[in-house]
Design a protein around this ligand. Sequence first.
Ligand code: GDP
Length: 139
Amino acid sequence: MAGNQTFTMIKPTAFRKNYAGSIIQLITAAGFRIRAMKLTRLTAAQAGAFYAVHQGRPFFDSLVEFMSSGPIVAMVLEKENAVEDFRTFIGATNPANAAEGTVRKLYGTDLQQNAVHGSDSDENAVIEADFFFSKLERY
Ligand code: GDP
């Protein structure tokens, strides 16, 4: 399965703005199949654990506060070359630099509130999917 799955979240601002349906529509139209999905809200501790790699960065506390500020939609997606294709599909981290038509360009607010998360490697896709979903929750 390595290479065929990635993990994504629709971040709090995008969910609050009611963009979830439009974003999921784009994701499936681009050929990604939804293997797991849930609406949930991270505690600050959970957000800190998810983004532990960024601990010590100046934006870490702000990122944790933001990511625990409201519900998110978590998904495991499947497609050939899923991680790389999804990163291209969502665009650059900063929506201002994201290519036209990408999810972050269309639905991002700013560098932090950039609409969606996308795993950056096959290894992290597995870790991140396991963070949110049990085997029973995947199809
Ligand atoms: P990604 O892989 O494109 O999501 O980017 P990173 O792994 O570098 O950063 C993780 C998340 O932290 C990003 O998606 C943003 O939400 C946020 N972030 C990254 N860099 C900054 C920054 O310089 N300032 C702030 N406030 N947030 C940032």
